[in-house]
Design a protein around this ligand. Structure first.
Ligand code: BGC
Length: 711
């Protein structure tokens, strides 16, 4: 179904008098308990418990999540649609974040493809696989902008940029919603947790909220997302799960959201810990009246709200509105006519091929001195490190039904690729080991080889939820292992596996080649081997800035200029005395096995009105010896505005594949109206004046030109 069709259908259905009438009459027949039951969502443990089945029978449950397999969803659905009084079907939710059984790259990695089509394809595939297992609702995409790599959930989103994040959000919603409902989460500002500490408070101005944190949610809503999950964090003291400004003013009134809002796991009950509610009932009242329709896992709506409604402290209309949001969604999903939704299992070969393609495109080449990569297929290769032969870790966080047995490790990938090469393997150490006992074998392996591939980084569960880190180096003794192997003199290729930017200063200075591979899922080893041997030329770009030292965090490319912009030679400018302001690797950065040159940047017009579109054209030439894919990036800087502008903002990009020697004029379009910021009156505005346009390979380089925006 096309994008347009999708949102049109949703609108048509909601407008359809017949459907609306049916739901109205259903609502009229519901008891208060049955209404609150539709707003009650509980987690199962693989299958529904007898108590949960009883709740379904009694009409006191609107949905279940973590019921695994159609053999387990079907019997509970049967109870709902045959044994409950009103026969209202259940939603079956699950965190299908980057795959159901076939695990694709983590979302952060996939954002680095700068290829929304790939994100849409993997979401579609994951949705189809989940649908075949009885799931009809995923808790994805997670679209929280994150500027602090200490925060473990940075792995689940698209990084630091609202434009890239918005395209990825919309793509994933479209992909999932080919077969199941999507949930955009966590609304909102969760990624701004102070000090990167999980569940921490946030301080986000309304301007930053609207310019940075909200756009991906808006993009998901515009793409027709069915549900929105409220976040755990508070924003300047107002928790997101009881925040009427977010879930009512912005989401419903400004954006016209027609789906339903679900809380995060016990986030309704947590309003008591936040200290804004003194009782369960008050927590429930606060959340429901703020616009949180469905209560995940607190059980408060069903247990504590009926009395408040009966005593008129919560108007029945508030309950009815929430119930209608849920019922309409169920109707729209087709659950009333097809509650079991038996769906075919997608072909495994296709899923694996897609996983490999997505993984190929996600890999970022950070460094490649003297063309160490790609490797010759005739060498002796030492494969070393705690992650080199790990089947579990490439699955990354939130891998739901993913299985270690499905994973191709780096060692396996290299072995199966390179029939002419000799491979020697040594683990060296575990991810968080304190012992160096395995170093001798690793060093010996490196000495026997022409090149050492070291696979280092984090365990999959060191990012994701509840996985904040206070340091960003390689855990355990891995740094020492790297130095010991490098000291052999055998050239080292560092393959990083991690769910967040790491601080890799020593490696960046001393190791000739570095690949950032994040967590690539089941095809990790094949995809990495493809790149190591040059069968695939890396084309991934960083969706997030890599700091030099932890003290630079939060560090991101789209910052403001300050009144004293950085000047290395002037002490009294905005800087540190012990480290440059620049990152180690900027947003958008990534190398290729070929070289590219930019020239001839031109704009379609020197002046433009707000209603116009400006086209930038640049010539990109492949000046190297291999075919390669460049991500041509366009950034804009508003020169003078009533609010201090950001130094650069990504506004367009395009992946372009060029043969050796080929050069091409690449055009990138920017609608002037998209150059808005939140003005002094807190409304979006594009002000007339000069806009600088930069087109190049990343956020720190590029050719520059400008145009005038005229009134
Ligand atoms: C997470 C959500 C997730 C939910 C259900 C929560 O702890 O924050 O992202 O969807 O659990 O598993």
């Amino acid at each position: 179904m096309s994008r347009l069709c999708h949102s049109l259908l949703w609108a048509a259905l909601l407008a359809s008098p017949a459907a609306a009438q049916n739901l109205d009459s259903l609502l009229a027949r519901m008891t208060l308990e049955e209404k609150l039951g539709q707003l009650n969502l509980l987690s199962a443990n693989g299958r529904a418990s007898p108590e949960q089945m009883q709740l379904v029978r009694a009409g006191k449950l609107g949905g279940l999540f973590n019921v695994i397999g159609a053999e387990n969803t079907t019997p509970v659905q049967r109870i709902a649609v045959t044994e409950s009084r009103l026969k209202i079907p259940l939603l079956f939710g699950l965190d299908v974040i980057h795959g159901y059984r076939t695990i694709f790259p983590i979302p952060l990695a996939e954002a680095g493809t700068f290829d929304p089509e790939v994100a849409e394809a993997t979401a579609r595939a994951a949705g189809a696989e989940a649908a075949a297992a009885g799931i009809n609702w995923t808790y994805a995409p997670m679209v929280d902008i994150a500027r602090d790599p200490r925060w473990g959930r940075i792995a689940e989103g698209s990084g630091e940029d609202p434009y890239l994040g918005s395209l990825m959000a919309a793509a994933r919603v479209r992909g999932f919603q080919q077969s199941i409902f999507a949930t955009v989460k966590h609304f909102a500002g969760y990624g701004a947790a102070e000090a990167g500490r999980e569940y921490n408070e946030t301080e986000i101005s309304e301007r930053t909220m609207r310019e940075i944190y909200l756009p991906p949610f808006k993009a998901a809503v515009d793409a027709g997302v069915a549900s929105v999950m409220s976040a755990f964090n508070d924003i300047a003291g107002v928790p997101s799960s009881g925040n009427a400004w977010l879930t009512d003013t912005v989401l419903r009134r400004e954006w016209g959201f027609k789906g339903f809002v679900v809380s995060d796991w016990t986030s309704v009950a947590e309003l008591m810990q936040h200290g804004i509610a003194g009782s369960q009932a008050e927590a429930g009242r606060r959340a429901l009246t703020a616009g949180v329709d469905m209560d995940m896992q607190s059980g408060i709506y069903i247990d504590a709200l009926a009395a408040l409604v009966r005593s008129n402290r919560i108007p029945m209309a508030v309950v009815d509105t929430a119930v209608m949001h849920v019922l309409r969604a169920k109707l729209y999903l087709g659950l009333f006519r097809d509650p079991y939704r038996a769906r075919p299992q997608p072909a495994s070969a296709e899923l694996r091929a897609l996983a490999r393609r997505a993984a190929n495109e996600s890999i970022v080449l950070l460094k490649n001195d003297r063309g160490l990569l790609p490797l010759a297929k005739t060498a002796t290769i030492a494969v070393i490190g705690p992650l080199a032969d790990s089947k579990e870790e490439p699955l990354g966080p939130w891998h739901t039904q993913g299985q270690a047995q499905d994973v191709v490790t780096v060692l396996q990938g290299i072995r199966s690729r390179a029939s002419g090469v000799q491979v020697v393997y040594a683990q060296g150490a575990g991810v968080e080991d304190t012992s160096t006992a395995g170093f001798a074998a690793a060093v010996a392996a490196a000495k026997r080889a022409n090149v050492a591939v070291l696979v280092l980084g984090e365990r999959g569960d060191m990012s994701g939820e509840a996985a904040s880190r206070s340091s960003l180096g390689l855990p355990g003794v891995q740094q020492q292992l790297l130095e010991a192997v490098a000291a052999t003199g055998t050239p080292v290729v560092l393959v990083l596996m991690n769910g967040r930017p790491l601080i890799v200063e020593w490696a960046s200075d001393h190791v000739p080649a570095i690949l950032e591979t994040w967590f690539l899922g089941v095809e990790a080893g094949n995809a990495i081997a493809d790149v190591l041997f040059g069968d695939v030329n890396p084309s991934g770009r960083l969706p997030v800035t890599f700091p030099r030292v932890l003290g630079q965090v939060p560090i991101y490319y789209n910052h403001r200029n300050t009144g004293r912009p950085y000047d290395a030679n002037n002490k009294f400018t905005s800087k540190y005395i012990d480290v440059p302001n620049t990152p180690r690797y900027p947003f958008g950065f990534g190398l290729s096995y070929t070289t590219l040159a930019y020239s001839d940047l031109k704009l379609s017009a020197p002046r433009a009105r707000v209603t116009d579109t400006v086209t930038a054209t640049v010539t990109v030439a492949n000046t190297g010896k291999r075919e390669g894919t460049e991500v041509v990036q366009l950034y804009v800087r508003d020169e003078v505005a009533s609010v201090s502008p950001r130094v650069r903002e990504l506004k367009a990009f395009q992946r372009v594949t060029l043969k050796p020697g080929e050069s091409r004029a690449v055009s990138l379009r920017v609608a002037v109206r998209d150059l808005w910021f939140i003005g002094l009156d807190m409304k979006p505005v594009v002000e007339p004046g000069t806009f600088h346009v930069y087109v190049g390979p990343n956020s720190a380089e590029g050719l520059e030109t400008s145009f005038e925006c005229i009134p």
